[in-house]
Design a protein around this ligand. Sequence first.
Ligand SMILES: [Zn+2]
Length: 440
Amino acid sequence: MSRVLVLDQQRRPLMPCTPARARLLLKQKKAAVWRHYPFTLILRVARPDAIVQPLRLKIDPGSKTSGLALVNDMTGELVWAAELTHRGEQVHKALQKRASVRRGRRQRHTRYRKPRFLNRRRPKGWLPPSLISRVLNVETWVARLMRWCPIGELSYEVARFDTQALQNPEIAGTAYQHGTLAGYELKEYLLLKWGHRCAYCKQTGVPLQVEHIVPKTRGGSNRVSNLTLACEQCNQKKGNRTAQEFGFPHLQAQAGLPFKDAAVLNSTRWALYERLKSSGLPIETSMGGRTKWNRKKRDIPKAHWLDAASIGQSTPPKVLWQHTHPLLIRAMGQQSRRMCRVDRRGFPRTRAKRKSTKHAFQTGDIVRAVVPARLKNPGVHVGRMASKASGSFTIATKRGTVTDIGYRYCTHLQRNDGYGYLIARKGGARLPPGLPMNCY
Ligand SMILES: [Zn+2]
Protein backbone atom coordinates (compact mmCIF):
# COMPACT_ATOMS: atom_id res chain seq x y z
CA MET A 1 0.00 0.00 0.00
CA SER A 2 0.99 3.61 -0.38
CA ARG A 3 2.21 5.12 2.83
CA VAL A 4 0.12 7.42 4.98
CA LEU A 5 1.32 11.01 5.32
CA VAL A 6 1.91 12.21 8.88
CA LEU A 7 2.13 15.67 10.47
CA ASP A 8 3.09 16.44 14.04
CA GLN A 9 0.95 18.61 16.28
CA GLN A 10 2.70 21.75 14.96
CA ARG A 11 1.85 20.62 11.38
CA ARG A 12 5.47 19.82 10.60
CA PRO A 13 5.69 16.98 8.07
CA LEU A 14 7.14 13.71 9.42
CA MET A 15 8.13 10.51 7.60
CA PRO A 16 5.05 8.87 6.02
CA CYS A 17 4.09 5.69 7.90
CA THR A 18 2.66 2.33 6.86
CA PRO A 19 -1.13 1.85 6.87
CA ALA A 20 -0.76 -0.66 9.73
CA ARG A 21 1.01 1.88 11.86
CA ALA A 22 -1.56 4.51 10.93
CA ARG A 23 -4.37 2.23 12.13
CA LEU A 24 -2.54 1.69 15.41
CA LEU A 25 -1.96 5.42 15.92
CA LEU A 26 -5.65 6.09 15.35
CA LYS A 27 -6.76 3.22 17.60
CA GLN A 28 -4.54 4.36 20.45
CA LYS A 29 -5.80 7.93 19.94
CA LYS A 30 -2.27 9.17 19.33
CA ALA A 31 -3.30 10.74 16.04
CA ALA A 32 -6.35 12.11 14.25
CA VAL A 33 -7.28 12.23 10.59
CA TRP A 34 -6.09 15.50 9.06
CA ARG A 35 -7.23 14.84 5.49
CA HIS A 36 -8.85 11.93 3.73
CA TYR A 37 -7.36 12.59 0.27
CA PRO A 38 -4.46 12.03 0.34
CA PHE A 39 -4.86 10.22 3.63
CA THR A 40 -2.94 12.29 6.19
CA LEU A 41 -2.72 11.98 9.98
CA ILE A 42 -1.89 14.60 12.55
CA LEU A 43 -0.20 13.50 15.78
CA ARG A 44 -1.51 14.76 19.10
CA VAL A 45 2.02 15.65 20.25
CA ALA A 46 4.75 17.90 18.84
CA ARG A 47 7.87 16.12 17.60
CA PRO A 48 10.40 18.90 17.09
CA ASP A 49 13.39 16.53 17.02
CA ALA A 50 11.94 13.74 14.93
CA ILE A 51 14.39 12.48 12.32
CA VAL A 52 13.19 12.78 8.75
CA GLN A 53 14.82 11.50 5.57
CA PRO A 54 13.91 13.98 2.86
CA LEU A 55 12.01 12.36 0.02
CA ARG A 56 12.22 13.13 -3.67
CA LEU A 57 9.12 14.35 -5.47
CA LYS A 58 9.16 13.39 -9.13
CA ILE A 59 6.92 15.09 -11.64
CA ASP A 60 6.04 13.89 -15.12
CA PRO A 61 3.94 16.66 -16.70
CA GLY A 62 1.49 15.56 -19.37
CA SER A 63 -1.10 17.27 -21.54
CA LYS A 64 -4.05 15.30 -20.16
CA THR A 65 -2.57 13.56 -17.13
CA SER A 66 0.52 14.27 -15.03
CA GLY A 67 2.26 11.73 -12.84
CA LEU A 68 3.48 12.45 -9.32
CA ALA A 69 5.71 10.12 -7.32
CA LEU A 70 7.37 10.38 -3.92
CA VAL A 71 10.49 8.24 -3.85
CA ASN A 72 12.84 7.44 -1.00
CA ASP A 73 16.22 7.49 -2.75
CA MET A 74 17.93 5.58 0.09
CA THR A 75 15.62 2.56 0.03
CA GLY A 76 14.23 2.82 -3.49
CA GLU A 77 10.71 2.73 -2.11
CA LEU A 78 7.90 4.44 -3.97
CA VAL A 79 6.32 5.99 -0.90
CA TRP A 80 3.30 7.59 -2.53
CA ALA A 81 2.09 8.16 -6.07
CA ALA A 82 -0.70 9.95 -7.89
CA GLU A 83 -2.06 10.64 -11.34
CA LEU A 84 -3.38 14.13 -11.79
CA THR A 85 -5.96 14.52 -14.58
CA HIS A 86 -6.16 18.05 -15.95
CA ARG A 87 -9.16 19.93 -17.28
CA GLY A 88 -7.48 21.80 -20.15
CA GLU A 89 -10.03 20.52 -22.64
CA GLN A 90 -12.97 21.66 -20.49
CA VAL A 91 -11.44 25.12 -20.12
CA HIS A 92 -10.97 25.30 -23.87
CA LYS A 93 -14.57 24.22 -24.53
CA ALA A 94 -16.02 26.68 -22.01
CA LEU A 95 -14.18 29.59 -23.61
CA GLN A 96 -15.20 28.51 -27.08
CA LYS A 97 -18.81 28.34 -25.97
CA ARG A 98 -18.66 31.82 -24.50
CA ALA A 99 -17.14 33.17 -27.71
CA SER A 100 -19.79 31.54 -29.89
CA VAL A 101 -22.65 32.87 -27.75
CA ARG A 102 -21.22 36.38 -28.03
CA ARG A 103 -20.69 36.02 -31.76
CA GLY A 104 -24.26 34.82 -32.13
CA ARG A 105 -25.62 37.88 -30.42
CA ARG A 106 -23.64 40.19 -32.70
CA GLN A 107 -24.91 38.42 -35.81
CA ARG A 108 -28.52 38.87 -34.79
CA HIS A 109 -28.31 42.64 -34.19
CA THR A 110 -29.49 42.23 -30.63
CA ARG A 111 -27.94 43.78 -27.56
CA TYR A 112 -24.39 42.61 -27.13
CA ARG A 113 -21.02 43.50 -25.81
CA LYS A 114 -18.77 45.16 -28.36
CA PRO A 115 -15.91 43.01 -29.56
CA ARG A 116 -12.63 44.02 -27.99
CA PHE A 117 -9.49 42.96 -29.71
CA LEU A 118 -7.11 45.86 -30.17
CA ASN A 119 -6.91 46.87 -26.52
CA ARG A 120 -5.22 43.73 -25.25
CA ARG A 121 -1.60 43.21 -24.42
CA ARG A 122 -0.37 39.81 -23.33
CA PRO A 123 2.35 39.67 -20.71
CA LYS A 124 5.62 37.96 -21.50
CA GLY A 125 5.39 34.21 -21.11
CA TRP A 126 1.61 34.24 -21.51
CA LEU A 127 0.00 30.85 -21.99
CA PRO A 128 -3.58 30.13 -23.08
CA PRO A 129 -6.00 29.44 -20.18
CA SER A 130 -6.26 25.73 -21.04
CA LEU A 131 -2.48 25.36 -20.74
CA ILE A 132 -1.99 27.56 -17.69
CA SER A 133 -4.64 25.52 -15.86
CA ARG A 134 -2.41 22.43 -16.19
CA VAL A 135 0.60 24.36 -14.95
CA LEU A 136 -1.35 25.63 -11.95
CA ASN A 137 -2.71 22.14 -11.15
CA VAL A 138 0.79 20.74 -10.82
CA GLU A 139 2.04 23.80 -8.94
CA THR A 140 -0.84 23.44 -6.46
CA TRP A 141 -0.04 19.80 -5.79
CA VAL A 142 3.67 20.39 -5.34
CA ALA A 143 2.87 23.10 -2.78
CA ARG A 144 0.38 20.82 -1.00
CA LEU A 145 2.74 17.87 -0.83
CA MET A 146 5.48 20.12 0.51
CA ARG A 147 3.15 20.91 3.42
CA TRP A 148 2.30 17.27 4.16
CA CYS A 149 5.55 15.36 3.70
CA PRO A 150 9.26 16.06 3.96
CA ILE A 151 10.48 16.81 0.43
CA GLY A 152 14.16 17.51 -0.14
CA GLU A 153 14.44 17.59 -3.90
CA LEU A 154 12.37 17.61 -7.07
CA SER A 155 12.89 15.65 -10.26
CA TYR A 156 11.24 17.04 -13.34
CA GLU A 157 10.91 15.89 -16.93
CA VAL A 158 11.45 19.09 -18.90
CA ALA A 159 11.08 17.65 -22.39
CA ARG A 160 9.94 14.58 -24.23
CA PHE A 161 13.34 14.16 -25.85
CA ASP A 162 16.71 15.75 -25.41
CA THR A 163 17.17 18.39 -28.10
CA GLN A 164 20.63 19.16 -26.68
CA ALA A 165 21.81 15.56 -26.92
CA LEU A 166 20.33 15.18 -30.38
CA GLN A 167 21.65 18.59 -31.49
CA ASN A 168 19.09 19.01 -34.22
CA PRO A 169 18.94 15.37 -35.28
CA GLU A 170 18.04 16.02 -38.91
CA ILE A 171 21.11 18.18 -39.57
CA ALA A 172 23.72 16.80 -37.19
CA GLY A 173 23.08 13.31 -38.40
CA THR A 174 22.48 11.59 -35.09
CA ALA A 175 22.20 7.88 -35.74
CA TYR A 176 19.71 5.50 -34.21
CA GLN A 177 21.20 2.66 -32.21
CA HIS A 178 18.83 0.46 -30.36
CA GLY A 179 19.07 0.29 -26.57
CA THR A 180 21.36 3.28 -25.97
CA LEU A 181 20.15 6.34 -24.09
CA ALA A 182 20.50 8.40 -27.30
CA GLY A 183 18.43 5.77 -29.06
CA TYR A 184 15.62 6.30 -26.58
CA GLU A 185 15.73 10.08 -27.01
CA LEU A 186 15.57 9.60 -30.75
CA LYS A 187 12.61 7.21 -30.55
CA GLU A 188 10.67 9.82 -28.54
CA TYR A 189 11.57 12.39 -31.20
CA LEU A 190 10.31 10.09 -33.94
CA LEU A 191 7.09 9.36 -32.03
CA LEU A 192 6.28 13.06 -31.89
CA LYS A 193 7.39 13.73 -35.46
CA TRP A 194 5.23 10.95 -36.88
CA GLY A 195 2.31 11.59 -34.53
CA HIS A 196 2.50 8.30 -32.57
CA ARG A 197 1.17 6.31 -35.53
CA CYS A 198 2.33 3.89 -38.18
CA ALA A 199 3.51 5.93 -41.16
CA TYR A 200 2.02 3.41 -43.60
CA CYS A 201 -1.36 2.24 -42.26
CA LYS A 202 -1.82 5.21 -39.86
CA GLN A 203 -2.74 2.85 -37.05
CA THR A 204 -2.38 4.16 -33.48
CA GLY A 205 -2.16 2.33 -30.17
CA VAL A 206 0.04 -0.46 -31.53
CA PRO A 207 3.72 -1.05 -30.73
CA LEU A 208 5.73 0.93 -33.27
CA GLN A 209 9.11 -0.07 -34.64
CA VAL A 210 11.77 2.23 -35.98
CA GLU A 211 11.78 1.63 -39.70
CA HIS A 212 14.26 2.56 -42.42
CA ILE A 213 12.69 4.30 -45.40
CA VAL A 214 15.54 3.11 -47.61
CA PRO A 215 16.41 -0.28 -46.08
CA LYS A 216 19.89 -0.78 -44.68
CA THR A 217 20.49 -3.66 -47.09
CA ARG A 218 19.88 -1.21 -49.94
CA GLY A 219 22.38 1.30 -48.61
CA GLY A 220 20.05 3.29 -46.32
CA SER A 221 21.60 4.96 -43.30
CA ASN A 222 20.69 5.10 -39.60
CA ARG A 223 20.24 8.88 -39.83
CA VAL A 224 16.98 10.40 -38.63
CA SER A 225 16.04 11.63 -42.10
CA ASN A 226 15.90 7.98 -43.18
CA LEU A 227 13.79 6.82 -40.24
CA THR A 228 10.09 6.54 -39.67
CA LEU A 229 7.81 4.45 -37.48
CA ALA A 230 5.82 1.42 -38.60
CA CYS A 231 3.73 -1.28 -37.00
CA GLU A 232 5.17 -4.78 -37.16
CA GLN A 233 2.77 -5.84 -39.91
CA CYS A 234 3.68 -2.98 -42.25
CA ASN A 235 7.36 -3.36 -41.44
CA GLN A 236 7.19 -7.04 -42.42
CA LYS A 237 5.14 -6.37 -45.54
CA LYS A 238 7.47 -3.63 -46.75
CA GLY A 239 10.45 -5.95 -46.32
CA ASN A 240 13.36 -5.04 -48.53
CA ARG A 241 11.56 -2.35 -50.52
CA THR A 242 12.02 1.42 -50.23
CA ALA A 243 9.03 3.56 -49.18
CA GLN A 244 8.67 4.67 -52.82
CA GLU A 245 8.54 1.09 -54.08
CA PHE A 246 6.09 0.26 -51.31
CA GLY A 247 3.73 2.97 -52.62
CA PHE A 248 4.52 5.85 -50.26
CA PRO A 249 6.73 8.24 -52.26
CA HIS A 250 5.72 11.28 -50.16
CA LEU A 251 7.22 9.77 -47.00
CA GLN A 252 10.72 10.22 -48.35
CA ALA A 253 10.18 13.97 -48.69
CA GLN A 254 8.49 14.26 -45.30
CA ALA A 255 11.28 12.41 -43.51
CA GLY A 256 13.85 14.88 -44.75
CA LEU A 257 12.11 17.86 -43.14
CA PRO A 258 13.07 18.75 -39.57
CA PHE A 259 10.33 18.60 -36.98
CA LYS A 260 9.62 22.23 -36.12
CA ASP A 261 6.96 21.91 -33.44
CA ALA A 262 9.34 20.44 -30.88
CA ALA A 263 9.84 23.74 -29.06
CA VAL A 264 6.11 24.50 -28.97
CA LEU A 265 5.33 21.05 -27.56
CA ASN A 266 7.65 21.68 -24.66
CA SER A 267 6.61 25.28 -23.89
CA THR A 268 4.16 24.37 -21.11
CA ARG A 269 6.77 22.19 -19.48
CA TRP A 270 9.27 25.01 -19.38
CA ALA A 271 6.66 27.40 -17.97
CA LEU A 272 6.01 24.93 -15.17
CA TYR A 273 9.74 24.52 -14.59
CA GLU A 274 10.09 28.27 -14.07
CA ARG A 275 7.32 28.16 -11.47
CA LEU A 276 8.74 25.12 -9.69
CA LYS A 277 12.03 26.96 -9.26
CA SER A 278 10.29 29.36 -6.89
CA SER A 279 9.57 26.47 -4.50
CA GLY A 280 13.17 26.88 -3.35
CA LEU A 281 13.96 23.18 -3.68
CA PRO A 282 16.79 21.88 -5.84
CA ILE A 283 15.41 20.51 -9.12
CA GLU A 284 16.90 17.69 -11.10
CA THR A 285 15.88 18.00 -14.75
CA SER A 286 15.69 15.12 -17.14
CA MET A 287 14.32 14.14 -20.54
CA GLY A 288 11.67 11.68 -21.69
CA GLY A 289 14.20 9.39 -23.35
CA ARG A 290 15.97 8.88 -20.02
CA THR A 291 12.65 8.18 -18.29
CA LYS A 292 11.77 5.45 -20.75
CA TRP A 293 15.26 4.01 -20.59
CA ASN A 294 15.14 3.90 -16.78
CA ARG A 295 11.70 2.31 -16.85
CA LYS A 296 12.66 -0.38 -19.37
CA LYS A 297 15.93 -1.21 -17.56
CA ARG A 298 14.03 -1.71 -14.29
CA ASP A 299 11.22 -3.63 -15.97
CA ILE A 300 8.54 -1.19 -14.79
CA PRO A 301 5.26 -1.12 -16.76
CA LYS A 302 3.95 2.00 -18.49
CA ALA A 303 1.75 4.34 -16.44
CA HIS A 304 1.91 8.05 -15.71
CA TRP A 305 2.75 7.53 -12.02
CA LEU A 306 5.40 4.91 -12.85
CA ASP A 307 6.87 7.19 -15.52
CA ALA A 308 7.15 9.84 -12.83
CA ALA A 309 8.97 7.39 -10.55
CA SER A 310 11.48 6.65 -13.34
CA ILE A 311 12.50 10.25 -14.05
CA GLY A 312 16.10 11.32 -13.87
CA GLN A 313 19.56 10.03 -13.18
CA SER A 314 18.81 9.82 -9.44
CA THR A 315 16.37 6.90 -9.94
CA PRO A 316 17.43 4.11 -7.54
CA PRO A 317 18.70 0.90 -9.20
CA LYS A 318 15.67 -0.92 -7.86
CA VAL A 319 12.35 0.90 -7.48
CA LEU A 320 9.91 -0.81 -5.10
CA TRP A 321 6.63 0.15 -6.75
CA GLN A 322 4.64 -3.10 -6.58
CA HIS A 323 2.77 -2.30 -3.39
CA THR A 324 1.87 1.29 -4.20
CA HIS A 325 -1.66 2.20 -5.21
CA PRO A 326 -1.74 5.57 -6.93
CA LEU A 327 -4.28 8.16 -5.90
CA LEU A 328 -6.24 9.30 -8.96
CA ILE A 329 -6.81 13.03 -8.72
CA ARG A 330 -8.98 14.92 -11.17
CA ALA A 331 -9.13 18.68 -11.44
CA MET A 332 -12.79 19.62 -11.15
CA GLY A 333 -12.61 23.40 -11.14
CA GLN A 334 -13.83 25.50 -8.26
CA GLN A 335 -16.91 27.27 -9.59
CA SER A 336 -18.19 28.76 -12.79
CA ARG A 337 -17.30 32.32 -13.66
CA ARG A 338 -20.61 32.75 -15.42
CA MET A 339 -22.79 35.33 -13.74
CA CYS A 340 -25.98 33.61 -14.89
CA ARG A 341 -27.02 30.82 -17.23
CA VAL A 342 -28.18 31.66 -20.74
CA ASP A 343 -30.78 29.98 -22.93
CA ARG A 344 -30.28 28.54 -26.40
CA ARG A 345 -30.34 32.02 -27.93
CA GLY A 346 -27.88 33.50 -25.49
CA PHE A 347 -30.32 35.43 -23.28
CA PRO A 348 -30.24 35.26 -19.48
CA ARG A 349 -32.17 32.24 -18.24
CA THR A 350 -31.48 32.38 -14.51
CA ARG A 351 -31.06 35.00 -11.86
CA ALA A 352 -27.69 36.43 -10.99
CA LYS A 353 -25.33 34.21 -9.04
CA ARG A 354 -26.10 33.68 -5.40
CA LYS A 355 -24.42 32.09 -2.42
CA SER A 356 -22.88 28.74 -3.28
CA THR A 357 -23.02 27.19 0.19
CA LYS A 358 -26.30 25.54 1.15
CA HIS A 359 -26.73 24.54 4.79
CA ALA A 360 -22.93 24.79 5.21
CA PHE A 361 -22.33 22.36 2.31
CA GLN A 362 -20.91 23.20 -1.09
CA THR A 363 -20.66 21.24 -4.33
CA GLY A 364 -17.44 19.25 -4.24
CA ASP A 365 -17.44 18.57 -0.50
CA ILE A 366 -16.75 14.94 0.37
CA VAL A 367 -19.42 13.81 2.81
CA ARG A 368 -20.58 10.77 4.72
CA ALA A 369 -24.37 10.44 4.80
CA VAL A 370 -26.19 8.08 7.17
CA VAL A 371 -29.78 7.82 5.98
CA PRO A 372 -32.30 6.09 8.27
CA ALA A 373 -34.21 3.02 7.03
CA ARG A 374 -37.59 4.74 6.80
CA LEU A 375 -36.40 7.17 4.09
CA LYS A 376 -35.50 6.87 0.41
CA ASN A 377 -31.97 5.52 -0.25
CA PRO A 378 -31.31 4.26 3.27
CA GLY A 379 -27.80 3.31 4.39
CA VAL A 380 -24.36 4.88 4.50
CA HIS A 381 -23.13 6.83 1.47
CA VAL A 382 -19.66 8.30 1.15
CA GLY A 383 -18.67 10.50 -1.75
CA ARG A 384 -18.42 13.84 -3.48
CA MET A 385 -21.66 15.77 -3.23
CA ALA A 386 -23.44 18.23 -5.50
CA SER A 387 -25.42 20.83 -3.63
CA LYS A 388 -28.94 22.02 -4.41
CA ALA A 389 -30.82 24.98 -3.03
CA SER A 390 -33.51 22.69 -1.65
CA GLY A 391 -30.98 21.08 0.71
CA SER A 392 -31.35 17.62 -0.78
CA PHE A 393 -28.03 16.58 -2.23
CA THR A 394 -26.69 14.21 -4.86
CA ILE A 395 -23.73 12.11 -3.80
CA ALA A 396 -21.37 10.34 -6.22
CA THR A 397 -20.31 7.18 -4.40
CA LYS A 398 -18.13 4.37 -5.68
CA ARG A 399 -21.26 2.27 -6.33
CA GLY A 400 -22.97 4.99 -8.32
CA THR A 401 -24.87 8.20 -7.77
CA VAL A 402 -27.50 8.52 -5.04
CA THR A 403 -29.96 11.38 -5.09
CA ASP A 404 -32.25 13.15 -2.62
CA ILE A 405 -30.06 12.95 0.47
CA GLY A 406 -31.13 15.49 3.06
CA TYR A 407 -28.42 17.77 4.43
CA ARG A 408 -29.35 16.72 7.97
CA TYR A 409 -27.92 13.25 7.38
CA CYS A 410 -24.57 14.46 5.98
CA THR A 411 -21.30 15.11 7.78
CA HIS A 412 -18.16 16.54 6.24
CA LEU A 413 -15.16 14.36 5.57
CA GLN A 414 -13.29 16.96 3.53
CA ARG A 415 -14.25 20.32 2.12
CA ASN A 416 -14.14 21.07 -1.60
CA ASP A 417 -10.59 21.76 -2.73
CA GLY A 418 -11.20 21.77 -6.46
CA TYR A 419 -10.25 18.13 -7.01
CA GLY A 420 -11.99 14.77 -7.10
CA TYR A 421 -10.33 11.60 -5.83
CA LEU A 422 -10.29 7.88 -6.42
CA ILE A 423 -7.89 5.23 -5.20
CA ALA A 424 -6.72 3.00 -8.02
CA ARG A 425 -6.88 -0.73 -7.75
CA LYS A 426 -3.66 -2.66 -8.05
CA GLY A 427 -1.69 -1.87 -11.15
CA GLY A 428 -2.91 1.70 -11.30
CA ALA A 429 -6.04 1.34 -13.39
CA ARG A 430 -6.66 4.16 -15.84
CA LEU A 431 -9.48 6.46 -14.94
CA PRO A 432 -12.45 5.78 -17.22
CA PRO A 433 -13.95 9.02 -18.50
CA GLY A 434 -17.24 9.98 -16.91
CA LEU A 435 -16.68 7.87 -13.81
CA PRO A 436 -17.72 9.88 -10.78
CA MET A 437 -14.76 10.91 -8.70
CA ASN A 438 -15.32 9.99 -5.12
CA CYS A 439 -13.96 8.03 -2.21
CA TYR A 440 -12.71 4.51 -1.84
ZN1 LIG B 1 1.11 -0.17 -40.17
